[in-house]
Design a protein around this ligand. Structure first.
Ligand code: BGC
Length: 759
């Protein structure tokens, strides 16, 4: 720190202002005379996208390993694997002389239509947070930085540069911030990238509450906030709002604007110094990592294949998989030749090599005969000839492998999807082929859910292979032939229909306002609360073996929020092959002051089990697992009461439930105010104790004999009239007290003072 202060003291105002704006598209501004080097950035998140420029013009990107995208990696539910992927990404950054990788993307999958959902982990903040933290820890363990993005509420592409995400405080705290919070607290990313959009009318790039109050002060973030590329509108306002580094640069006029603002006193130099200190700390830290060492491309390719196979989700299997030595295999679908490995936009990696699904199948199929036909093209044409050809191939085969990928332009940065549909030709193809050949396996490549109701009943099996990265083709073959037992589970719900989606009536907003009307009820929180059927629930995925859950234990049936509790369960592999199971722990609050979702994920463990083997999954539930954010108190609160701890194989396959009692140790201030009703006063212990004597006095003055009416319980007496219970106390007093010298308002003020003294 001492060094940093000295260094900052040696910098001129102009140098400091320039330090806060990029020198070009991908680096910070160096200060040669003080030996301050540049810091370089590259996208992210699922591969290093190092741009090659010639005379300022982008001429391409350097090949790098294209790992599976986040939809796939999150579906592995394997935090160690994501850590390893992070390390591999860091090795590639080191080889390519990149200091900071622009990822991971940690926005919530609010709508299945968001064009960038393939880059994001989950609809669940707990799962997304764990994945992001692990990714960051992996990358940074090698001395390379990350950029946790896009902070915050960038949950769609439509009008992402201008739209205002209108989110109430509780929803923000419980759904849209926690994944960032977990990643910041557990993994300390070197940088956090602000979003393009506005949050509650204020651009994220100048949102003091978001960047300073919450991120830096509340969560203790010590890195620097970098703008998304072009997200800064007013440099001085953004600096005041907590945005440290504007990218890209250069922007000479903006540097001068900062200098002038400091000179005129509009901007405190301390604010500029804080930004410079944050940036410099990372610049110097990055310089400690020696760059240039090559990485093992073959090992990274193998890792990409392993990750893909761990993230793929077997959605349906009537027993056809794993394949049992078929002699004639019909392979249909253009994505069997031209695989769909990643989405469009800034995350697009130039892969080192791409394995072909057909070739990878052939390698594992031994001497079986593979016949191939295209089945569909990348456009909207219905081509009956292609369908007839596919049916012919299928009818002559023992089994058909039908590779169906979304068109490559459907999922991308900069726009959202319009629907969840496959192309009409693809649907017609699946229907015709499955009718002719019941032993048909559909292999899907997409970054986000597709609807399947029209055809899924006809398919013998469905494998969700996601945007699977450059080595995904081999992972598909591994799973189809049983070399790998699938263990992925969905990190997002697959709805039956687009109109079922929770955000559907508030997407993509109007008049540049996007009301998050569904509040905390996104993903399975919504489908569960509405008791709606879904195509595949959150947490769902099949295996080639079965797992039995037994011996559930909760370390205490009554415990306090500071103690927390440990939940464990034994899982036994009942089948004949090794496999992995993701044990999920959800919590349900039986009764709460504010409404809560029927269940929320609070822990998970992925276990690897040999046939017949039993292992214990153990999950620690701390206070936060039971808490919710109360906007009245402006904090996370725990309430006394009963909670169900649900242990399951998916959000809709709960194997055990145990009720426990939580005792809150929190002492909360009273929320009573001038508008509080009689019910509010009686519900609040301090309010009740202040109200009761006042009430008794009023009744005595009126000569009412309480006991004769309803017994001595004041609450019972008052509840006899629902009308009274819903009245604000001041109005109730107005009806009851006509002779008092104090007005009802004055009386309430006095009572509130007494309540607050008891806080
Ligand atoms: C994207 C970011 C990306 C940046 C740099 C922006 O358009 O939103 O995710 O890191 O460009 O390429």
């Amino acid at each position: 720190m001492e060094n940093l202060t000295e260094l900052i003291n040696k910098m001129t105002l102009e140098e400091k202002a320039a330090m806060c704006i990029g020198a070009n598209s991908w680096t910070t501004t160096p200060v040669d005379r003080l030996g301050i080097p540049v810091l370089s950035f590259s996208d992210g998140p699922h591969g290093v996208r190092k741009v090659v420029e010639n005379n300022g013009k982008v001429t391409g990107t350097i090949p790098a390993t294209c790992f599976p995208t986040a939809s796939c990696t999150a579906s592995s539910w394997d935090v160690d694997l994501i850590h390893t992927m992070g390390q591999a990404l860091a090795e590639e950054c080191i080889a390519l002389n990149v200091d900071v990788l622009l990822g991971p993307g940690t926005n919530m999958k609010r709508s299945p239509l968001c064009g960038r959902n393939f880059e994001y982990f989950s609809e669940d903040p707990y799962l997304a947070g764990q994945m992001a933290a692990s990714f960051i820890n992996g990358v940074q363990s090698k001395g390379v930085g990350t950029s946790l993005k896009h902070f915050a509420a960038n949950n769609q592409e439509t009008r992402r540069m201008t739209v205002s995400a209108e989110i109430d405080e509780r929803t923000l705290r419980e759904i849209y911030l926690p994944a960032f919070e977990t990643a910041v607290k557990k993994a300390h990313p070197w940088t956090v990238m602000c979003a393009y959009n506005k949050l509650n009318r204020v651009y994220a790039s100048e949102n003091h509450r978001l960047l300073v109050d919450i991120l830096k002060n509340e969560w203790g973030f010590e890195g620097f906030v970098i703008s998304d590329w072009g997200a800064v509108h007013h440099r001085v306002t953004a600096l005041k709002g907590g945005l440290d580094l504007e990218m890209p640069g250069p922007r000479e006029r903006r540097v001068m604007a900062v200098v002038e603002a400091v000179r005129s006193g509009e901007l405190s130099e301390a604010v500029l110094d804080d930004a410079v200190r944050r940036i410099l700390r990372i610049v110097l830290k990055a310089a400690e990592t020696l760059k240039g060492d090559p990485y093992d491309q073959a090992a990274h390719h193998a890792l990409a294949r392993r990750i893909a196979s761990e993230g793929m989700v077997l959605l349906k299997n009537n027993g056809i998989l794993p394949l049992r030595n078929p002699r004639n295999i019909a392979v249909i679908g253009s994505s069997a030749k031209d695989p769909y490995i990643e989405g469009g936009g800034s995350s697009h990696v130039n892969p080192i090599k791409v394995d072909g699904p057909l070739e990878e199948l052939q390698k594992l199929a031994g001497d079986a005969r593979l016949s191939y036909t295209e089945g569909y093209t990348d456009d909207d044409r219905i081509d009956q000839g292609m369908i007839d050809e596919a049916v012919k191939h299928s009818s002559n085969a023992d089994v058909t492998l039908l590779y169906i990928a979304l068109p490559k332009t459907k999922e991308s940065e900069e726009y959202d999807r319009a629907d969840l549909d496959l192309r009409p030709q693809q649907v017609a193809l699946i229907k015709a082929v499955t009718a002719a050949q019941p032993d048909t396996v559909v292999i899907l490549n997409n970054g986000t859910p597709v609807v399947m109701s029209e055809w899924i009943d006809g398919a013998a099996a469905v494998l969700e292979a996601w945007m699977m990265g450059q080595a995904g083709a081999g992972a598909i073959a591994d799973i189809l032939f049983g070399k790998i037992n699938p263990s992925g589970k969905l990190a997002e719900t697959f709805p039956l229909r687009l109109v079922d989606a929770p955000s559907q009536l508030n997407f993509p907003g109007e008049n540049d306002k996007l009301r998050y009307g569904e509040g905390i009820f996104i993903g399975y929180r919504y489908y569960d609360a509405k008791e709606m059927p879904v195509l595949f629930p959150f947490g769902f995925g099949l295996s080639y073996t079965t797992f039995e859950y037994s011996n559930p234990k909760v370390s205490a049936s009554t415990f306090s929020d500071v103690e927390g509790v440990t939940v464990s369960i034994d899982v036994t592999n009942m089948g004949k092959v090794s496999g992995k199971e993701v044990v999920q722990v959800y919590v349900h609050d039986q009764k709460s002051e504010l409404s809560r979702p029927p269940k929320e994920l609070k822990g998970f463990v992925k276990l690897e089990l040999k046939p017949g083997e039993t292992k214990t999954a153990s999950v620690r539930l701390e206070s936060r697992a039971f808490a919710y954010y109360h906007p009245g108190y402006q904090r996370w609160i725990t309430e006394d009461g009963q909670f169900d701890i649900l242990i399951g194989a998916s959000s809709r396959d709960i194997r055990f439930s145990q009720t426990v009692s939580l005792q809150s140790t929190q002492v909360l201030p009273s929320l009573l105010n001038r508008d509080s009703t009689l019910r509010d006063w009686l519900d609040d212990p301090r309010g009740k104790s202040v109200f009761e004597p006042v009430y008794l006095q009023i009744m005595a003055e009126k000569g009412t004999d309480l006991d004769a009416e309803h017994g001595s319980d004041i609450r019972v007496t008052l509840e006899a009239s629902e009308y009274f219970m819903e009245l604000p106390l001041r109005d109730y007093l107005y009806f009851q007290v006509s002779t008092q010298s104090e007005s009802p308002e004055q009386l309430v003020e006095g009572m509130l003072t007494q309540v607050n003294q008891r806080n």
